[in-house]
Structures are given as structure tokens and as C-alpha cells.
Ligand binder design. Structure first.
Ligand code: JB3
Length: 215
């Protein structure tokens, strides 16, 4: 059988998150076809040249490219840009580390990143464009909403719901069954032991709501 052609991906964003994503995509057999950044200054990122800003998308699509990954850590920016990328005719691929453990019964959306050492257990649902960062663990039946970010080292027990665009800071945790609202931010190291409303900032052990923000 002839070898299948490399799958070429356009990566949007050329910062620290993109470096991790590029290596995940390459490990999964993708080839980086183009790297676009809001700052189009020519430079190399892990040996890939930044080829311009997002205005290059239409031309890349005309050139036959059809796969993309939005590698920007800011949740709202990532989701907004993904909408433009899809409107330009691209499909979003997932970037899943070969050293992540992902249950066969988990359901993954599109444009999802799962970093090294992460564990995604049985019947977890990951919405489009969410990030499960290095070493984070998501236990059974957790659901993570669209565009949420689970930072490195987060531990989420079973049946937890994390809302769209929420952010759980590095090393935070959530006990079983709690809900974290849309757009909520959980501070680094916080322990969530009761529900957190939409748009809230919650910090500490146990986590307490410090302020309410826009959801
Ligand atoms: O916590 C961890 C392990 N990683 C963080 C990650 C999730 O989020 C990391 O520490 C950072 O906090 C953040 O990484 P990111 O998004 O790579 O941040 P930064 O290094 O600031 O790079 C963002 C890049 O996105 C910059 O080069 C921006 O110019 C670019 N950018 C911003 N808006 C954009 C756009 N690029 C494109 N193509 N289009 C945009 O609209």
C-alpha cells in the first residue's frame, strides 16, 4: 500500500501555546503547512517560519489547504478566531499528545488540545476548542464546555461540569459533582467544593467567590 500523504495543518498563533501544539500535531503525523500570527514579523518558531497574519487564510484555502488548529491560550480570542477560520472553509483538527490517556468512551469536540500526561477518563465530554493542559486529570463523566481551559496539573473529580470559556488555574481542583459556571475563573491552587456561578472569580482553599465578572 502506498503511504498516505502527510496531513497538512495551518496553525494560528505563534506563542508558547503554539510551540506545544506544533509538537503534538507533528507527533500525530501532521505537517505544519503554515504558521500565522497577529504579529506577522518574519521569525522562526520551532523551525517554522511565521508566514503572515490571518489575512493569508483565504489564499491558503485556495491553495488547497483545509485543516487548521487555533493555538492561542486566551479562551475568547481562540473561540472568536476559530469562527473566522471555519468561515474561511477550514476544518479544525485535534492535537492530542501520544502520552495523554484518553478513554475510548470519551467524546472530543473539534480543535481540542490535550497535552502530555493528561488523563481523560470514561465518558468525559470535551467541547470544541477546549484545552486540557499538561498533567491535568478529568475523571468519569466530567464535561468541559466549549473554549474552556484546564491548566496544567488540575485535578477534576467525577461528574463535574465546567462551563464554556471557563478557566481552571494551574494546580486547582474540583470535588465530585460540582458545577463551574460559564466564563468562571478558578485561581491557581484553589479547591472548588461547591458550585461556582457564571463569570465568577474564585480563589483559595476552599474556593470562595471574590468577584463576579461578565459571563
Ligand atoms: O499555561 C500554559 C501551559 N500555557 C499558556 C497558554 C495556554 O496560553 C501560556 O503560558 C500563555 O499564557 C498562553 O499561551 P499563548 O496563547 O501562546 O500566549 P502568547 O505566548 O502570549 O502568544 C499568543 C500569540 O497569539 C501571540 O504571538 C499573538 O500575536 C498571537 N495572536 C493573538 N491574537 C494571534 C491572534 N494570532 C493570530 N493568528 N490571530 C489572532 O487573532
Amino acid at each position: 500500500m502506498p503511504a498516505s500523504p502527510p496531513k497538512e495543518v495551518v496553525v494560528l498563533g505563534a506563542g508558547g501555546h503554539a510551540k506545544v501544539v506544533i509538537e503534538l500535531l507533528q507527533a500525530a503525523g501532521y505537517e505544519i503547512a503554515a504558521l500565522l500570527d497577529a504579529d506577522p514579523t518574519p521569525r522562526q518558531v520551532l523551525g517554522h517560519g511565521v508566514q503572515g497574519d490571518d489575512r493569508a487564510l483565504d489564499e491558503l484555502r485556495r491553495d488547497g489547504l483545509s485543516l487548521a488548529f487555533v493555538a492561542i491560550g486566551d479562551n475568547r480570542r481562540r473561540v472568536a478566531l476559530a469562527e473566522a477560520v471555519r468561515a474561511a472553509g477550514f476544518s479544525l483538527v485535534n492535537a492530542v499528545s501520544p502520552s495523554a490517556t484518553v478513554s475510548p468512551s470519551a467524546h472530543l469536540g473539534e480543535g481540542v488540545a490535550i497535552m502530555a500526561g493528561a488523563v481523560v477518563n470514561a465518558e468525559v465530554t470535551l467541547g470544541d476548542l477546549c484545552i486540557v493542559n499538561t498533567g491535568a486529570t478529568l475523571d468519569h463523566e466530567v464535561s468541559v464546555g466549549m473554549g474552556a481551559h484546564i491548566a496544567p496539573g488540575v485535578a477534576i473529580s467525577g461528574n463535574v461540569k465546567v462551563g464554556d470559556l471557563a478557566m481552571m488555574g494551574v494546580g486547582s481542583c474540583a470535588i465530585q459533582g460540582v458545577s463551574i459556571g460559564r466564563g468562571a475563573m478558578i485561581g491557581a491552587g484553589a479547591a472548588v467544593v461547591r458550585d461556582i456561578p457564571d463569570g465568577a472569580l474564585a480563589v483559595g482553599v476552599p474556593a470562595r467567590v471574590r468577584r463576579q465578572a461578565d459571563a
